[in-house]
Design a protein around this ligand. Structure first.
Ligand code: NAD
Length: 455
């Protein structure tokens, strides 16, 4: 069996690395997908030191230096020599209170932006615009356009993100900084992340950042293959006992995944009327409740609206949204979701941008974003969080079945000009699940290589 971390063949990317490809690609101005650095235990988080700067009056610079140092990253507070290749360029923009001060971004980034290492990270930190007023609000909102544009200009696998940190949540950004300044965020590009805006501004760091989920139980639906299997593997790597769930027809593959990661296999159709009750019983009797719930199971039944049957509508909405709401309600009402528990949804770029032939799928995936919005304040009362990922083009059996031209567009129409791997989605979910992410609530982060669609 192909393991989920192996890449489905991207023949074009292989061609660009061949002798003919190396000659033709630049001559014809064709996309040149870079090889992305991905997490391997024991390797340094970044391919070079992090340069950290701040606009005058910023409130994050000191905390940032501490957090970056603790992550084992070399830190520079002044630009290095001409041959320095930066692993990250991090700027605290919280001191910017007026659009005139946006010039500080140019001052910091312009001289060094061309000196970044492969798969480098640009991270800008600001104050959530909705929490401030007047010119400060305008200036802070402006950071989005800057960061997303930098992300589109960067080359060789480098990415850019904006993190809005609420006042008081400075210390609670560590898990986010560690995720962004590492190879774990390889396929996350041009995203805006909010920390401390969802009701909680504090977080307790895990005892061991390599096994942050030690002692925790995680439920992953649709875990027998594809993205779900990668999520199960990644959460198990982080120390969780994983309950891998899938439909009975997937039983053999499901057992293989569960055995490989030392987890449990649970055969259940999540759309069955009694599924929430069965799940609640299973998790409370065998596992003392559940700490992390990942709603990954999802299906497509694509047809343009005029040809779409009501069965195809109901099937997609049932698996991708309605059953998830029923499970959440039951697990929260019966307190099977433990205090501080995490719910993580899997939306899609289609849920943000819409897609031909996917009115049902896009409605369900936009609904997942609605589920995050509605549940975030409620779950915060229990110290928990709900967030979602919105994958773009990910190399799985689902996308291998897409017609070749559409597949090529899906891969190339992004800043990284390639598809992501299931593990890229899984790493983002592991960041949400980390105990250190207690102040990350109500976010929807795309894992799309900064796709040009729906951006
Ligand atoms: P996949 O089809 O390979 O896996 C989905 C799994 O869900 C399967 O194992 C399936 O048996 C299971 N499942 C379906 N109905 C179920 C039910 N009623 N009860 C329990 N399990 C059920 O798909 P994938 O590509 O790995 O996608 C995983 C998730 O990511 C889905 O929610 C999908 O919509 C989303 N997604 C995928 C992509 C992509 O590019 N592959 C992009 C955006 C979003």
């Amino acid at each position: 069996m192909r393991t989920v971390t192996q890449r489905m063949a991207d023949k074009y990317q292989e061609f660009t690395k061949s002798a003919v490809g190396k000659f033709l690609v630049p001559k014809l101005g064709l996309p040149n997908p870079p090889k992305l650095r991905r997490y391997r235990p024991g390797e340094p988080p970044l391919a070079g030191p992090a340069l950290v700067g701040a606009a005058p009056g910023g409130r994050l610079e000191k905390t940032l230096a501490k957090q970056i140092g603790a992550a084992g990253i070399d830190l520079l507070s002044e630009p290095g020599g001409d041959d320095t290749r930066y692993g990250a360029l991090v700027f605290d923009a919280t001191g910017i209170k007026d659009p005139a001060q946006l010039r500080e971004l140019h001052r910091f980034y312009q001289p060094v932006v061309r000196k970044v290492a492969p798969s480098a990270r640009v991270v800008v930190l600001g104050t959530p615009p909705e929490l401030v007023e007047g010119r400060e609000r305008v200036a802070q909102r402006a950071l989005e356009g800057f960061t997303r544009s930098v992300g589109k200009e960067l080359k060789r696998g480098a990415t850019a993100q904006l993190v809005y940190v609420a006042e008081g949540a400075e210390e609670a950004t560590e898990s986010t900084i560690r995720f962004l300044l590492s190879a774990k965020s390889a396929f996350v590009g041009g995203q805006v992340i909010r920390v401390g805006t969802g009701g909680v501004t504090t977080a307790t760091a895990p005892e061991n950042w390599d096994t942050p989920l030690a002692g925790k139980t995680a439920l992953v639906t649709g875990a027998s293959r594809g993205i779900g299997a990668a999520i199960a593997e990644t959460l198990a790597r982080d120390g969780a006992h994983v309950v891998a769930l899938d439909i009975p027809a997937q039983g053999a593959d499901l057992s293989q995944v569960a055995n490989r990661i030392g987890g449990s296999a649970l055969q259940l159709d999540i759309t069955a009327d009694d599924a929430p009750a069965k799940l609640a019983e299973y998790l409370s009797e065998r596992h003392d409740g559940v700490d992390v719930v990942v709603h990954n199971a999802g299906i497509t039944r694509d047809k343009t609206l005029g040809n779409l049957t009501d069965q195809a509508w109901d099937a997609v909405l049932g698996v991708n949204l309605v059953s998830q709401l029923a499970v959440n309600d039951k697990l929260m009402a019966d307190k099977v979701l433990n205090t501080g528990g995490r719910i993580i949804g899997v939306s899609s770029m289609a849920g943000i941008a819409g897609n031909v032939g996917q009115t049902n799928y896009a409605a369900s995936k936009a609904g997942v974003i609605g589920m995050v919005d509605d549940t975030a304040p409620k779950i915060a009362e229990y110290g928990g969080t709900i967030n979602a990922v919105a994958p773009g083009f990910i190399e799985t059996q689902m996308t291998a079945a897409v017609p070749i031209m559409i597949r090529e567009f899906g891969r190339r129409l992004s800043a990284l000009s390639q598809g992501g791997l299931p593990v890229d989605v899984a790493e983002t979910i592991a960041w949400y699940a980390n105990p250190g992410s207690a102040a990350v609530n109500g976010n929807v982060v795309r894992v799309c290589g900064q796709a040009f669609l729906g951006a």
